[in-house]
Design a protein around this ligand. Structure first.
Ligand code: Q0Z
Length: 286
């Protein structure tokens, strides 16, 4: 870490430059809810997210190459190839929720996809849809139409990004469904390598980049509990917090319950014991 230069901070992650070609992505144990980072960490959350991402990178290489070079022994950092990131977020939705549900209620469409009439909140879509968004530097990503996205990256890139994103979502959602987890939607970040080929970057199919719902309590027609963050949200609601910073400190039982949910997500998705990951992070890429 000593010769790495800090280059960017996300809400819960940091990026350092290792050299001209390589970045170090470090996932902290910070947690955000209602868009605010809370003052209390969830121990091992960063390791769960890094391990889950690395797991998917190893298992989706036939769909698309990815930026992962090496998983570090700390289990929370990965060395990556530096890419030229596309200026769009590649979102795929299999269920109608979040901003997609808002847009559908207002217009009957999401990102230019006309959807069947009469859908209810959280309903599964007839088929997954690619719903690109712009990267907003402040506030929220904004959904854009396929035409707007194609203008930003070019028609051919757009078509390729859509095909890759849908293939990744189909793979991930089938794998997760077989393990009792509904992958409602997810966001990918694609970039170009020096040869101009599309490469999967950032994190992939993690609880922070996706909505995971427990399949056993899923029912259309209402909002769904989050697999990982529901204890935190419920606690914040009982506190009557106005959702502006600073957020509340979390009591030990909420921290422990949330940590257990992250570990459960890791183990259900990977079929690997989390202790085995801590002992040797490379187990997820073998
Ligand atoms: C990812 C982000 C994070 C803050 C830039 N392989 C790559 N090449 C070039 N750029 C990126 C990547 Cl992953 C890149 N982000 C998102 C991640 C903290 C922002 F850990 N920004």
């Amino acid at each position: 870490m000593s010769d790495a230069t800090h280059v960017a901070s996300g809400k819960v992650r940091e990026i350092y430059a290792l050299d001209d070609e390589r970045l170090l992505l470090v996932a902290s144990d910070r947690i955000s809810t209602f868009d605010v980072v809370l003052p209390t960490d969830i121990p091992d959350k960063g390791r769960v997210l890094t391990g889950v991402s690395a797991f998917w990178f190893a298992r989706t290489r036939e769909i698309v190459p990815n930026h992962l070079l090496e998983l570090r022994d700390d289990g929370r950092s990965m060395e990556c190839r530096r890419l030229e990131m596309l200026p769009i977020e590649c979102v795929v939705r299999g269920y109608i929720t979040g901003s997609g549900w808002k847009d559908y209620q207002a217009t009957g469409e999401v990102c230019g996809h006309r959807l069947p009439a009469g859908l209810v909140e959280s309903e599964q879509l007839p088929e997954p849809i690619f719903t690109p968004a712009t990267k907003a530097h402040t506030g929220h990503d904004e959904n854009i139409t396929r035409e707007q996205a194609a203008e930003l990256v070019g028609e051919e890139r757009f078509a390729e990004a859509e095909r890759i994103s849908l293939a990744l979502y189909r793979h991930g959602s089938e794998w997760a469904a077989a393990r009792g987890i509904v992958l409602a939607d997810t966001k990918f970040e694609l970039g170009l390598d020096p040869a101009g080929r599309l490469v999967l970057g950032d994190e992939a199919l993690t609880p922070d980049s996706s909505r995971f719902w427990p399949a056993d309590s899923y029912a259309a027609g209402r909002g769904q509990p989050s697999f990982d963050k529901q204890f935190v949200r419920d606690y914040c609601e009982t506190r009557g917090w106005d959702k502006t910073p600073p957020g509340p400190e979390l009591p030990d039982d909420v921290v422990e319950g949330t940590r257990a949910r992250y570990l459960e997500a890791f183990e259900r998705l990977t079929d690997i014991a989390f202790d085995d990951y801590l002992a040797d992070p490379e187990v997820v890429v073998r």
